[in-house]
Design a binder for this molecule. Structure first.
Ligand code: SF4
Ligand code: FES
Length: 268
């Protein structure tokens, strides 16, 4: 590369429009920044560059932008945000593939904490609701666990890759800031733990947790969740599977209620 080419490359910049909001109750606004272009850069590395020098295109020094990130390899799920209007992981969003100016906004289905950071508690509370875990019976050696078929293992492995990023809730038209629809990820986790040989012991509890208000019946089948999941988890299949389980449980409840009524009314 000759000197002229090198200086052309180094003078190339990337423009970002970033949502700024000091706290959840204050109105927000956009700040525009330019960062030097680096081939192969991702959105997080550009945010780090802006953090080192938080000066807007108007030359105004502002507070550094706040965002969440930890693993930088699509594992922790903390960097989900709206990038050019579509929810995605900022650590795997490559600048070369995005149209400029690159607009960064926080997810809108979760309360904003500051700038691009949101409070994803809603998801963790939903995982508690469906008991998204396998109960451990003590810490002593129980010997080898029950065998699982390879077919089950291959289904469960994909479900277990959920990183609780919240993208599926963000893209879902049924999820709003002021309702309590549980969303696709916890439904899929209920399916995962219900398939586990030990998790099966709590399967009915998990399925019942999907029956109440804000449960699976609020799904409007928009299928946006499956389009945005960074792990390509078959969320619509999980919803269909759990819908069937909920229906079976409802029929069982009706049957037992009828039996109880017959028994209490006696033989004559
Ligand atoms: S199911 Fe996919 S989109 Fe939803 S939280 Fe898990 S990884 Fe994110
Ligand atoms: S930083 Fe962990 S998923 Fe992006």
């Amino acid at each position: 590369m000759d000197t002229a080419q090198a200086s052309a490359v180094s003078s190339k910049t990337v423009t970002f429009r970033i949502w700024r909001q000091d706290d959840p109750n204050k109105p927000g606004h956009f700040d525009e920044f330019k960062v030097p272009y680096t081939k192969g850069a991702n959105v997080i590395s550009c945010l780090m560059e802006i953090q080192r020098n938080p000066v807007t295109v108007e030359g105004k020094k502002v507070a550094p932008v706040v965002w969440d990130a930890a693993c930088l390899e699509e594992v922790c799920g903390s960097c989900a945000m709206n990038i050019n209007g579509r929810v995605r992981m900022a650590c795997s969003a490559l600048v070369d593939k995005l149209q400029q100016p690159i607009t960064l906004e926080p997810m809108k289905k979760f309360p904003v904490v500051r700038d691009l950071t949101v409070d994803r508690d809603r998801m963790f509370e939903s995982l508690k609701r469906v008991k998204g875990w396998i109960p451990v019976d003590g810490t002593y050696n129980l010997g080898p666990g029950p065998r699982q078929s390879q077919k089950d293992q291959s289904v469960m492995y994909v479900l277990s890759t959920c990183i609780t990023c919240g993208s599926c809730l963000e893209a879902c038209p049924q999820v709003t800031l002021d309702n309590d629809f549980i969303g696709a990820a916890p439904i899929s986790q209920a399916r995962l733990f219900n398939m586990h040989p030990t998790g099966k012991l709590n399967a009915e509890e998990r399925t019942r947790a999907l029956m109440g208000p804000g449960g699976i019946q609020d799904c409007g089948k928009a299928q946006n969740c499956v389009k945005v999941c960074p792990k390509e988890i078959p969320l619509t299949t999980s919803i269909a599977v759990m819908n069937r389980e909920v229906s079976k449980l409802m029929i069982k409840d009706i049957f037992f209620k009828e039996e109880e009524q017959k028994a209490s009314s006696g033989p004559g």
